[in-house]
Design a binder for this molecule. Structure first.
Ligand SMILES: [Zn+2]
Ligand SMILES: [Zn+2]
Length: 343
């Protein structure tokens, strides 16, 4: 089969490789039909993280089920599904407590398409092996397109967790999204979802005019800012999507969080940065960072898509599957590849 690879020098290349096979009774094989480019992928291709050996690209996808083994009871051939990017068993203690991102059955941080978190392959190919298929996959609801749902297995669900809990706790609360480009699609999804979930005011800070315009189009107030403010108001819900290694934008989000409000960081961080722990202490900031526990979030996000509430079309740029390499040369805020005709 054909597999999109990222080489050691970050160049992309299609390669002919052997297709995976079913191994265990809980396995499925699926054929990706839509693949979206995760913010972490785009950042890697731009050189944001240390380079790795060649690996199979892609981990946010919608696929058609090709084949299942006997213990897969929820799916059969032909079902169209969203697959979680993170690989987890669904039955260990951590998975049952809602933390599949820390599943103890598989090696730490098992996921598709990174090359450093286990040999699970990538989704930019013709056949993907899905272990624990009954818990890793969810059927696409009637009327939701593969392109619209392509990011549910990662970034869109990540954005949901950034705002949903805070808005459930305090309906209508103002939300601040500190964007900045480290997690461009998550920042825009978070702004759109905050608006959809009833926030009375969604403020979106960024330096990029294109993202600012998209943010406005999904219901946010776009605020152009090139340097991190010390603080920008006081919001019950704040989101750091900057991914900036200095931690300065994250610190701005933390200082802008209202007393006992929630600040969630969805950027990928490496190494150390100083944080305003004094402010966090006196304000009682409830801070969340780390991989989102995707499996539990996917049904809620798909529900919103089925109700046609989330304007993902304003965030997505869609290209043909075979044009992946050309489209990735200059990636937009969110690129979705499809094998189907573009609507
Ligand atoms: Zn990702
Ligand atoms: Zn588990």
């Amino acid at each position: 089969m054909r597999q999109l690879m990222v080489l050691g020098d970050r160049r992309l290349e299609w390669r002919e490789v052997a297709a995976p096979k079913l191994r265990k009774s809980t396995d499925a094989l699926v054929r990706p039909v839509a693949l979206s480019i995760c913010d972490a992928d785009a950042a890697y291709l731009k050189g944001a993280f240390p380079s790795r050996d060649a690996f199979c690209f892609g981990h946010e996808f919608v696929a058609d089920v090709i084949e299942t083994r006997d213990d897969v009871t929820a799916f059969s051939r032909g079902d169209r599904v969203v697959v979680s990017f993170l690989v987890a068993c669904g039955t260990c203690d951590r998975c049952r407590r809602g933390f599949p991102a820390a599943c103890t059955t598989v090696p730490p941080k098992s996921a598709y398409g990174f090359g450093i978190f286990g040999d699970w392959g990538g989704a930019g190919c013709d056949v993907v092996h899905v272990p624990y298929a009954d818990t890793m996959m969810i059927k696409l609801p009637e009327g939701v397109s593969a392109v619209d749902a392509a990011s549910v297995g990662d970034n869109l669900s990540d954005a949901f967790r950034c705002v949903a809990e805070g808005l459930l706790e305090e309906p209508g609360a103002p939300v601040l999204v500190v964007a900045g480009g480290g997690a461009p699609s998550i920042s825009l999804y978070a702004a759109a979802l905050a608006h959809v979930l009833g926030s009375e005011q969604v403020d979106f800070i960024d330096s990029d005019p294109v993202r600012l315009a998209i943010a406005e189009s999904v219901g946010a107030n776009a605020i152009e800012m090139r340097k991190p403010p010390s603080r920008h108001g006081s919001y019950p819900v704040t989101v750091d999507a900057s991914g900036h290694p200095s931690g300065e934008w994250l610190s701005a989000a933390l200082r802008s969080t209202a007393p006992y409000g929630r600040c969630t960081s969805c950027g990928a961080y490496h190494g150390a940065a100083s944080l305003p722990v004094g402010t966090m202490y006196t304000q009682g900031v409830r801070f969340t960072i780390g991989w989102a526990n995707i499996q539990a979030l996917m049904p809620k996000v798909l529900d919103l898509l089925a109700q046609r509430k989330v304007p993902v079309q304003r965030i997505h740029t869609v290209a043909q599957w075979d044009e992946a390499i050309e489209a990735l040369a200059n990636p937009p805020a969110k690129l979705v590849l499809t094998r189907e005709a573009i609507a």
